[in-house]
Design a binder for this molecule. Structure first.
Ligand code: COA
Length: 223
């Protein structure tokens, strides 16, 4: 793998102490990304405020996980994943209140509209929701892109959520971005047909996981 050519990368789950560094990385990774700026209705400055509030929420909520890849102690890629029960109601209220105070009213209302349409697009039956790991955001530091970090992180994160008993990994992306679609297909995700989203085209991705095989000693000997 290309990423292993340099010094080794370390995969780990991030915690509240990583908030500043992951916020900065998200700002870098999504810098100038017109799809998400338009979808969420946020300009570059408000997107920064959004990342702060978002990582305040996800790094502290047990029903979410932010995984990262570090090289030489530097965080270079991260993915935020949500599980059933995210966000906890009290945290969600604080999160929305923070955004309401920090974004202008029009931007806040546009963001609420995004959330409603996004939730509708991602909705699953309750049984599937219980085993779902929903990828919220994936990003790689721009100057180390195209070196396999994004793929490696997705593979590590998939194993981490499988270990947590999750059997379905889902996500949402800009369907007009062909390289991104190829990126997910190469990782064995299925991709839905595109659907209209905030005047653009979006699509859902899905990856169904097999349960972890737990071999008892007896089975091991018998095999
Ligand atoms: C998408 C992304 C995570 C890929 O990370 P990466 O480390 O560059 O990916 P890898 O090196 O493992 O794989 C490379 C593949 O990713 C895709 N890719 C690379 N740059 C991309 C970009 N700017 N946008 C979309 N896909 C891209 C291509 O399919 C590429 O394959 P190729 O080398 O054959 O062209 C990274 O480009 C990124 O952070 N993009 C901005 C944020 C974003 O769009 N995130 C995804 C939606 S939440």
């Amino acid at each position: 793998m290309q990423h292993s050519a340099g010094s080794p990368v370390r995969f780990r789950q991030l915690g509240p102490d990583d908030k500043d560094v992951v916020t900065q990385l998200a700002n870098d990774g999504f810098h100038g990304n017109s799809f998400y700026m338009k979808a969420l209705g946020l300009d570059a400055r408000r997107f920064q405020l959004y990342w702060h509030a978002f990582f305040d929420l996800t790094l502290a909520d047990p029903a979410a996980a932010v995984f990262g890849l570090e090289r030489n102690g530097e965080l270079q890629a991260a993915v935020a994943v949500a599980f059933d029960g995210f966000p906890k109601t009290s945290r969600a209220a604080r999160y929305l209140w923070t955004l309401c105070r920090q974004l202008a009213t029009g931007a806040f209302l546009r963001y609420l509209r995004f959330l409603r349409v996004y939730e509708r697009a991602m909705k699953l039956p309750a049984g599937e929701r219980r085993v779902e790991a929903r990828g919220l955001w994936l990003f790689v530091k721009r100057d180390v892109g195209q070196r396999g970090l994004g793929s490696h992180l997705v593979k590590c994160a998939v194993e981490a959520v499988r270990a947590r008993g999750k059997l379905l990994v889902t996500g949402f992306f800009d369907a007009s971005n062909r390289p991104l679609e190829q990126f997910y297909r190469r990782l064995h995700f299925t991709v839905t047909p595109p659907f209209p989203f905030a005047g653009m085209q979006a699509a859902r991705i899905e990856l169904r996981l097999a349960r972890m095989e737990v071999k008892s000693d007896a089975q091991g000997h018998a095999a």
